[in-house]
Design a protein around this ligand. Structure first.
Ligand code: 13P
Length: 253
């Protein structure tokens, strides 16, 4: 199966002008290179989703970076799954470490968001990962197990093939430090084991397990290919279409 590349553009592209410049570059790169048909997902700020989704390519999809679990109503400042879907999103990143850190998101909320995203036909990209301190204390497996088990509570097993789990060690995000391929592979095995425990092998095998944290064209091989991951979640490099697509090519070579 082709490996998926997902770009988390975070809180960037500050104006219509910046957005249009980005889309122009992206289109140029998509047209210029012989891009194989691997799945590409771009997750811009929600405010840009509609404009992004006008870019019609059969292997390019769009996603949001967060969503609330209610459908509509008095929830000032929130965005619902049906809203982002109507703006062209098919994916949504949930439980990113920056949301856990700066906005106090807890596993229980993340679980509600995953359920709601699935109910609305969106593919959740569920982020799990340990902090530097937790790693230092040897708690990596314990933390990831707890996050994953809570996130997956009451999720229908037939939906597993519509879920992506992203292993994003918090210390590797934005740092240019990456785990070894072996460390990533160990976490993949752990995630798989937990999913099999909860859902049975037949269903658990449907979930894609990807890696995120300082992925660039130099680290792509080690973090995705050598570690046997199903794809990557890219932060900074997704802001440079040329580099982003180069990563996609490397992991699909
Ligand atoms: P960087 O690729 O900038 O380290 O960010 C990773 C990330 O947080 C993707 O969600």
């Amino acid at each position: 199966m082709e490996k998926i590349i997902i770009g988390n553009l975070k809180m960037n592209l500050l104006s219509v002008v910046e957005r249009e410049q980005y889309l122009k570059l992206l289109k140029k790169e998509l047209a210029g290179k012989k891009i194989k048909n691997f799945p590409i997902v771009l997750c811009p700020p929600a405010i840009h989703l509609e404009a992004f989704s006008k870019l019609k390519r059969k292997n390019v999809f769009f996603g949001a970076q967060n969503v609330f679990w209610k459908r509509s109503g008095s929830f000032t400042g929130e965005i619902s799954p049906s809203m982002i879907k109507n703006m062209g999103a098919q994916f949504v990143i949930l439980g990113h470490s920056e949301r856990r850190k700066y906005f106090g998101e807890k596993d229980e909320e993340i679980n509600q968001k995953i359920s709601s995203a699935l109910r609305n036909g969106l593919i959740p990209i569920v982020c799990v990962g340990e902090t530097a301190l937790e790693k230092e204390k040897g708690q990596t497996f314990r933390i990831i197990s707890a996050q994953l088990k809570k996130a997956m509570q009451r999720i229908n097993r037939t939906k597993l093939n519509q879920i992506i789990i992203a292993y994003e060690p918090v210390w590797a995000v934005g740092s240019d430090i990456i785990p070894s391929a072996n460390e990533i592979m160990q976490v993949k095995i752990l995630i798989k084991k937990i999913l099999v425990e909860i859902f049975e092998k037949k269903y658990a095998n449907g979930a894609r397990i990807i890696y995120g944290g300082s992925v660039n064209s130099k680290t792509a091989k080690e973090t995705c290919l050598d570690s046997g991951m199903d794809g990557v979640l890219v932060g900074r490099e997704s802001l440079i279409p040329f580099e982003f697509l180069k990563i996609g090519q490397i992991i699909n070579s």
